[in-house]
Design a protein around this ligand. Structure first.
Ligand code: GUN
Length: 289
């Protein structure tokens, strides 16, 4: 078994991005600039947004964090988005999800101009992704592709099983793995909460991508010998062993699954850092335009 080390790979990717930033500046250009909007004070969202802002600093980007109260009106949030849409200094905008229930995520997503939608969630960008046209790929799926690519994992002709059909990960991931691209050309099965024979399908996966947000859902009996496992889950569970009082758990029971597979991503240090690096890459591409 070999670890798919997202932490290490993301550091390489960030170093490459930092070099590009230096080139832009040497040519008299301005630093790429990412704006993030965080609504409310959900602990996990706060951690992720802070990590994104910190990563911007690391590669030499400018960043702006807009914090809004949990009871902000939808219209006020949309106005913040419109302001950033029109700000020529800002290259990319993300609104951290999930949003409070009184705000429509799709309305917010559709208000971000596709040219600054570095999360790749806008319907135009998802459509372009499906058609294999140049676009911003959603950061988590893009990070997974990058990781599979950099570890030279053969995907062509393989059976890829995706567990979870979220708009952010499972759904775009299933489309990307089936595209006629270097990392792609898989036969893809997208499974979800209504799938009846999930364990049987999961056991037939050469590449298993798990993104349903249920800690240790995938057990050893659900995995084929030699499979490649990508664990997108990152759930905070209470722990009396850590200072913070919680620890992160993936969707895969790592200790029992790892010995069976050829490659596996750890949690933390697998997909999470790759997501952030992909977001930076998208912002760099936006700035270069
Ligand atoms: N919430 C969980 N993942 C993501 C992500 O990739 N982007 C945004 N904006 N919110 C998220």
């Amino acid at each position: 078994m070999q670890l798919l080390d997202g932490k290490l790979t993301s550091e390489t990717l960030k170093d490459e991005i930092a070099v590009e930033v230096q080139k832009i500046i040497a040519n008299g250009g301005k630093k790429p600039h990412l704006a993030a909007i965080l609504v409310g004070n959900d602990g996990a969202s706060e951690t992720y947004v802070n990590a994104k802002v910190k990563a911007c600093k690391k590669v030499g980007f400018d960043s702006t964090l807009v914090r809004l109260d949990a009871d902000v009106s939808e219209e006020e949030l949309l106005n913040e988005v419109r302001k950033i849409n029109e700000d020529p200094e800002i290259d990319g905008l993300i609104v951290q999800l999930p949003l409070p229930k009184h705000i429509s995520e799709i309305k917010v997503t559709e208000t971000i101009v596709p040219e600054k939608d570095v999360d790749g969630f806008h319907p135009v960008n998802l459509g372009r992704m499906t058609l294999n046209l140049p676009t911003f790929l959603p950061a988590t799926p893009a990070g997974i592709l990058e990781l599979l690519d950099r570890y030279d994992i053969e995907t062509s002709g393989k059976h890829c099983v995706v567990i979870g059909r979220s708009h952010i990960v499972g759904s775009p991931m299933s489309i990307l793995m089936a595209r006629n691209t270097k990392v792609g050309n898989c036969t893809v099965t997208l499974t979800h909460s209504r799938t009846t024979n999930l364990e049987e399908i999961s056991r037939s996966a050469d590449i298993l991508i798990v993104a349903l947000g249920k800690p240790e859902f995938v057990t050893a009996d659900m995995v084929k010998e030699g499979a490649v496992i990508v664990d997108v889950g990152i759930t905070r569970v209470k722990s009396d062993k850590t200072k913070s009082g919680w620890k992160l758990k993936g969707d895969v029971a790592f200790d029992e699954v790892a010995p069976k597979c050829s490659f596996i991503t750890p949690v933390p240090g697998g997909v999470g850092p790759m997501t952030i690096a992909s977001l930076l890459k998208n912002t760099l591409i936006s700035a270069q335009k």
